[in-house]
Ligand binder design. Structure first.
Ligand SMILES: Cc1cc2nc3c(=O)[nH]c(=O)nc-3n(C[C@H](O)[C@H](O)[C@H](O)COP(=O)(O)OP(=O)(O)OC[C@H]3O[C@@H](n4cnc5c(N)ncnc54)[C@H](O)[C@@H]3O)c2cc1C
Length: 547
């Protein structure tokens, strides 16, 4: 992928956008929902619409080959892809772009760039696909840094080695999802890590954020596929050993999984792979109410069946996606490379029926297309298109965002009621009219689900950022207060720091800060994300600052 046509203000490339039919459908649905005509949308920005401050750093001669201060490049690397990122781009508000973007072609280039950053007193932001939705690649690092260097890993994108016997591969961190799968396919192998952002996110980004992918159960996070990794820290390289398992003390990989670029740059990893699946079974069920569906999902999660797909979608979200209005929808799927899955599916459907589910669609066992048909297919299509709808919603003044968490089953019912009612109350208070809050499960564990909430309300274009901040902070607050985690798979970044600070034991936060001081003594790496470096307080978005 080149950056020539990559949108700096939205998802994907400039030729990928909501179609005229989708715009018309959304416009009509929203006007009806909010009983008002929507304001004329603000057009998307052009590169020349936004004045950026002059770069504050002079690139040394040994790095000029791989560094750029091009305006489009600085814009592409200024923000991630969250709702507030999109708002600020449509508002043409980019006060803190990176000064320089570097595209290393080798680890030696990364070492040289970190050395330069140290000499220059500049912050360093590791950048994969830039699909962060939590402010993870933001360059607003405060005045104690002399500038910001963003290191984009896009040129380190190869599958370097394949160990067919152990079913693993050594892979460079900057590879995007489709290019990774294309390199594995000739070997009959797959990573099968498909976050919704798969097309525009990278292996290094997935590892650094503990991304959640394709599998609804068992292998929910990228963590489960990481065998070993290599990280370049400002204090030197760290490479962990390739092992199928080990009990030798705290596992070094664990320190870097979820480190969000604050300890160093992950350059490559040995990843555990799968054979391409040959057997699939899928089914769709309806439940009169979401909590009955949740009980069925708990039974499924605790039965040891491990479905690859187990997505419970509440009635409003299913209806909004065009997947019918007859209650909550459960999309269930099994897949594997070794044996037919009929027995697993039969038992799963028994459990669904035992909990009041109505099977509406039991797809052919070995067809790959079950999840693409009927209500499940309609929901899947809306899910894949949703990232493009933001560029219709934001310029019309809509607040539309999501948050995700995990909670144990014993607390789930009260949690769901509390979060939903608190969010409805805050949307109405902030915007002066009711909004919508919907929920689905993205992943399921024997001891609890990972609920994913989507909210929408009609705001005011010029006030969107402040309105969003108030709502987001209420979400952070209620999720932690009601017993959930600040994030299940979107990472902490800057936007979840207030929640993370409350759930992370203080002594552990001190230990993490000490590890950072050892690996990054000058506090150069991604300041403002996860924790503040020792002795520095970094600017993070307004109300998002932890107490
Ligand atoms: C439409 C959409 C859908 C999404 N769906 C999902 C989903 O299904 N599951 C999910 O988990 N997330 C999802 N996300 C969030 C995002 O895609 C993930 O956090 C993803 O893992 C980020 O990967 P990236 O390569 O884009 O990383 P970036 O956004 O570039 O970076 C993310 C963080 O990791 C750090 N980082 C990146 N690369 C490296 C590296 N090589 N070494 C060290 N640090 C690094 C960055 O500094 C930053 O803090 C979605 C986002 C969007 C916009």
């Amino acid at each position: 992928m080149t950056n020539a046509h990559r949108k700096f203000w939205g998802w994907g490339t400039e030729d990928q956008t909501a179609s005229a039919e989708e715009r018309a459908f959304l416009g009509a649905a929203l006007a009806k929902r909010y009983a008002t005509a929507l304001p004329t949308p603000v057009p998307p920005p052009k590169v020349e619409d936004i004045a950026l401050r002059a770069p504050r750093l002079a690139v040394p001669s040994n790095l000029q080959r791989i560094a750029t201060t091009d305006q489009r490049e600085r814009l592409i690397h200024a923000y991630g892809k969250s709702f507030p990122d999109s708002v600020r781009m449509f508002q043409r508000h980019v006060p803190h772009p990176p000064d320089v973007v570097v595209y290393p072609e080798s680890e030696a280039d990364i070492v040289a760039t970190l050395d330069w950053a140290g000499r220059a007193g500049a912050a360093v932001i590791p950048f994969g696909g830039g699909s962060s939705v939590v402010g993870g690649v933001e360059c607003d690092v405060g005045d104690s840094y002399k500038g910001v260097i963003t290191i984009d890993l896009a040129k380190l994108a190869g599958v370097l080695e394949i160990d067919r016997e152990s079913r693993a591969a050594r892979i460079e961190a900057g590879v995007f999802g489709p290019a990774l799968e294309a390199q594995l396919k000739p070997h009959g192998l797959t990573l099968r890590h498909f976050p919704q952002s798969f097309e525009y996110s990278t292996l290094g980004g997935w590892i650094a954020t503990r991304s959640g992918g394709h599998y609804a159960t068992l292998y929910t996070h990228i963590d489960d596929f990481v065998q070993s990794m290599r990280v370049i820290t400002p204090a030197g390289p760290i490479e962990t050993r390739r092992l199928p398992g080990s009990g030798a003390g705290p596992q070094p990989e664990r320190l870097f999984l979820g480190s969000e670029g604050i300890l160093g740059i992950i350059t490559e990893a040995w990843m555990r792979l799968q054979d391409q699946p040959k057997f699939r079974a899928s089914a769709t069920a309806r439940f009169a109410d979401f909590l009955a569906g949740a009980r069925a999902v708990r039974a499924l999660g605790q039965a040891g069946l491990y479905p690859s797909n187990c997505r419970l979608i509440d009635a409003n979200e299913a209806a909004g996606a065009g997947a019918g209005s007859a209650g909550s929808l459960l999309v269930l799927g099994f897949e594997g490379a070794d044996h037919p899955l009929d027995a697993w599916m039969s038992r799963a459907l028994e459990l669904v029926r035992d909990h009041g589910g109505l099977i509406v669609n039991d797809q052919p066992k070995e067809g790959a297309s079950g999840h693409r048909l009927g209500a499940a297919g309609a929901w899947r299509n809306a899910f894949l298109r949703a990232p493009f709808y933001r560029e219709v919603l934001v310029p019309s003044g809509l607040i539309a965002d999501t948050f995700e968490t995990a909670i144990t089953w014993d607390k789930f019912q009260a949690f769901y009621a509390t979060v939903t009612s608190r969010m409805q109350e805050v949307l109405a208070r902030v915007t002066g009219r009711p909004g919508t809050v919907t929920c689905r499960f993205t992943h399921v564990y024997p001891d609890g689900p990972a609920p994913y909430f989507t909210f929408q309300a009609l705001g005011r274009f010029d006030a969107l950022l402040d309105q969003w901040r108030t709502i987001k902070e209420a979400a952070n607050d209620v999720v932690i207060a009601a017993g959930g985690t600040s994030t299940h798979h979107h990472a902490v970044g800057r936007d979840h720091r207030s929640g993370y600070a409350r759930e992370c034991p203080p002594l552990f936060a001190d230990a993490l800060r000490a590890a950072k001081s050892r690996l990054d003594p000058q506090g150069l790496m991604n300041p403002g994300v996860l924790i503040d470096p020792a002795d520095r307080v970094v600017g993070i978005r307004g109300a998002m600052r932890p107490g």
